[in-house]
Design a protein around this ligand. Structure first.
Ligand code: SF4
Length: 313
């Protein structure tokens, strides 16, 4: 890649207007890696109730075979409130005309199918919404959901965002991911066979990984025929297993120099058709590294490094 190809550019090319993703956090959603179905505690970097009893106040016992969901009306209401609050802002700041609902927090295909269908359809009914982007795990999406999303994709812009993090099984074990890379390969193949859009998410600086391993994950992810990618550094936030390790001196975060060097090498590996959705990330409750505190500074350092490497913005 010798010119940065962002997801924003992809949307602009396809729809000719300014489109923004609206992040939504559905109350009551959880993750099989937290609730004990796959594991407990979640990924080592995940902020969840295992480390903070008040983190998720809304408890909802998930029964994947049940059509009963006592929280459904509350979830629909939360979806609408979050949507309207955010789009007003996006219209003012960015002049956005259309929106993609981004089901972001936790595992957004991990609920009874009837709940998912209702929430996705309610989202698509919101004004100026042209599609969905659904964040999930590769071990938590059924054929029924995939086939249904395939149907929706005939009329809407549908994306599935899979957390991959690393293609190295040792690393996936270390971070308590709860699935291996083979599972990632199988699910993404199935998703691409249905011609659904896939965004893959990778983290640089995972415990014990060298740059060689991080770039191997980039190569293995490109080989999955994905359409878009997100990169971010591993940072430590409160209420995580990683925070405990960090405080004991057992985990050292990646430096900004190493992160940017790895990121530039990764971007150079990308074929021109894979758009980039994220090159770094900010967060609340940050413990370390300090350089992750200021996102605009990070972005400006990344842009400088890209230009120095001859990658046009
Ligand atoms: S898959 Fe996502 S929600 Fe689940 S434990 Fe990992 S980071 Fe947390």
């Amino acid at each position: 890649m010798d010119r940065l190809y962002t997801f924003g550019q992809y949307l602009k090319r396809k729809f000719q207007i300014n489109i923004k993703k609206v992040p939504i956090s559905i109350p009551g959603f959880t993750c099989p890696n937290i609730d004990g179905t796959v594991a407990r505690g979640g990924c080592v970097f995940c902020e969840n109730e295992s480390f903070s009893p008040n983190f998720q106040k809304e408890k909802f016992t998930l029964n994947l075979n049940s059509t009963q969901n006592p929280l459904l009306q509350k979830q629909i209401k939360a979806l609408k409130i979050q949507f309207f609050n955010t789009v007003e802002l996006y219209k003012k700041i960015y002049g956005s005309k259309k929106f993609i609902i981004y089901f972001q927090s936790f595992t957004n295909t991990y609920a009874p199918f009837s709940t998912l269908k209702t929430l996705y359809e309610e989202a698509l009914k919101l004004p100026d919404v042209i599609g969905l982007s659904i964040g999930t795990r590769t071990d938590s999406i059924t054929d029924e959901t995939l086939n249904y999303l395939k149907e929706l994709s005939k009329d809407y812009e549908i994306w599935i965002e899979y957390g991959i993090q690393s293609s190295n099984d040792e690393t996936l074990k270390k971070i308590n991911r709860g699935h291996n890379f083979e599972n990632v390969k199988e699910t993404i193949k199935k998703t691409k066979d249905l011609e659904l859009n896939v965004c893959g998410h990778l983290i640089f600086g995972l415990p014990g990984e060298s740059q060689k391993e991080m770039l191997q994950s980039v190569k293995d992810t490109i080989d999955l025929n994905i359409d878009s990618i997100k990169f971010h550094p591993l940072y430590v936030t409160d209420n995580t297993l990683l925070a405990i390790e960090y405080k004991k001196g057992k985990f050292t975060p990646i430096t900004e120099e190493d992160y940017i060097d790895t990121l530039i090498k990764a971007i150079k590996m990308l074929p021109q058709n894979i758009s980039i959705q994220r090159m770094t990330a900010g967060t609340q409750n940050l413990l370390a590294p300090d350089w992750c505190r200021n996102k605009s500074k990070q972005i400006s350092h990344i842009y400088k490094a890209l230009l120095k490497e001859g990658i046009k913005l």
